[in-house]
Write a new protein. Structure first.
Length: 190
């Protein structure tokens, strides 16, 4: 696609750049660490930088020990829920916790949070979404962003997938495009 010029009404949204989703973590994305170089590089270009964090209670319904599909991860206040030391946090103006309700999956950063309101208050119109994981929280956040009236772009070099099944990433990318989300690389941002 053509280069995209970053405007003051744009926001970078970094989804769940947390230890548990990275090598050594309990729900590790194999190549997750590759996202940090492009993220740290583009962060200073944005007027608004927000991050989300998966922030679960131990009784969350989707944990394996409660009959769900996920190993225990991102327990609120645990080391695994901390941001990766590879992330430059100096430009982040707001951190949203999500997944705090034990009965909803909380994949979308808009689920159970006031993210839409926070963005509207700041006059934000377009979201450039990156982080972890492409096939869950990045996907659901970008699709829901459209529902809330934002233009949504996913920075594919700055996002990585869990890939429980080998095609999950490709399917997620197609799904996002089908919902009007634009896929692009950080190299196309100016
Ligand atoms: C996520 C699975 C479970 C994510 C969070 O951040 O994409 N995936 N919880
Ligand atoms: Zn989670």
């Amino acid at each position: 696609m053509a280069p995209v010029k970053i405007e003051p009404s744009d926001a970078l949204v970094i989804v769940d750049p947390q230890n548990d989703f990275l090598p050594g973590g309990s729900l590790a994305v194999a190549d997750g660490n590759r996202i940090f170089e492009p993220i740290n590089l583009v962060m200073p270009l944005f007027e608004h930088v927000l991050a989300t964090r998966d922030w679960h209670p131990e009784d969350h319904a989707y944990f394996e020990h409660n009959g769900g599909i996920w190993p225990l991860h991102c327990l609120a206040d645990s080391q695994g829920a901390e941001f990766s030391p590879l992330l430059d946090t100096t430009h982040i103006e707001l951190v949203m916790s999500k997944g705090t309700d034990p009965d909803t999956d909380g994949y979308s950063a808009f689920a159970g949070t006031d993210l839409a309101e926070q963005l509207h208050t700041r006059g934000v119109k377009r979201l450039f979404i990156c982080g972890l994981a492409t096939d869950y929280c990045v996907k659901m956040t970008s699709i829901e962003a459209k529902h809330y009236g934002f233009e949504a772009f996913v920075l594919t070099d700055a996002a990585a997938a869990v890939n429980l099944k080998p095609n999950d990433e490709a399917n997620a990318l197609a799904d996002m495009q089908g919902h009007g989300v634009t896929l692009m690389s950080t190299a196309e941002l100016h």
